[in-house]
Design a protein around this ligand. Structure first.
Ligand code: PGA
Length: 242
């Protein structure tokens, strides 16, 4: 089975109700195709409204994070079951901004990925080294450890997605070289069980200008896009490169 390309937008803490026209614009820009899956992860406040606007065109919606439990006394948190109930199909877990801003470590990320699977969502499990790790030549050690710690044992290879996002490339305009991306994606594929079936996305300053060469790499099955996913035109241009 070929791996279906996945182009995922992560809106982070951006987006008000006036963003809902985005999905009509995305469709009008020619992003719809049988050959790829398009996902947007809006802020939680827009989930319900975006599900309607997105599903009309066959786009999918995901959460940006979830709690490990299905319900309970956890003020401000959202469970995987709630995301599913709102119409989400995916949830990002272990994004480097969650790891850095909220001290999320691998065991918590793994529990969140487990919660996603329990709720019927596909987790997008993020890994990636810092610039210090890369300069010290320990990027494979770091990513290998994150993979071992963050992926639940029971998940089928098609039941989750990995996003490789070098921390130093996120929101900085700096992308990893295609050689470095190819090497890391091959390493990731060889590190996980049944890796041939696992979709591995690249993330970190993906934009229309570099999407084509990154998405053409053999072990790159799509992209996780931050800044360039906020405008329908640039996100559509990236999607069309897949
Ligand atoms: P960026 O963000 O595309 O703005 O670098 C990517 C991400 O954080 O997922």
């Amino acid at each position: 089975m070929p791996r279906m390309p996945l182009i995922a937008g992560n809106w982070k803490m951006h987006g008000l109700k006036d963003a809902l026209g985005f999905f009509d614009e995305l469709a009008a820009s020619g992003a719809v195709s049988e050959g790829r899956e398009i996902l947007v992860c809006p802020p939680a406040t827009l989930l319900a409204a975006t599900v309607q606007a997105a599903h009309k065109h066959g786009f999918r919606i995901g959460g940006q994070d979830c709690h490990t439990e299905s319900a309970g006394a956890h003020t401000g948190d959202i469970s995987a079951e709630m995301l599913r109930d709102a119409g989400a199909d995916y949830v990002i877990v272990g994004h480097s901004e969650r790891r850095a801003d909220h001290g999320e470590a691998d065991d918590l990320v793994r529990a969140k990925a487990e919660a996603a699977g329990r709720a019927g969502l596909t987790p997008i499990i993020c890994v990636g080294e810092t610039v210090a790790d890369r300069e010290a030549g320990r990027e494979e050690d770091v990513v290998g450890r994150q993979l071992a710690g963050s992926i639940p044992a029971g998940l089928a290879p098609t039941g989750y997605v990995i996003a490789y996002e070098p921390v130093w490339a996120i929101g900085t305009g700096r992308t990893a070289s295609t050689g470095d991306i190819a090497a890391m994606h091959a390493f990731i594929r060889s590190s996980v069980p049944d890796g041939e079936q696992v979709r591995i996305l690249y993330g970190g300053s993906v934009k229309p200008e570099n999407a084509q060469e990154i998405l053409a790499l053999h072990d790159v099955d799509g992209a996780l896009v931050g800044g360039a996913s906020l405008q329908a035109e640039s996100f559509a241009a990236i999607a069309k490169s897949a």
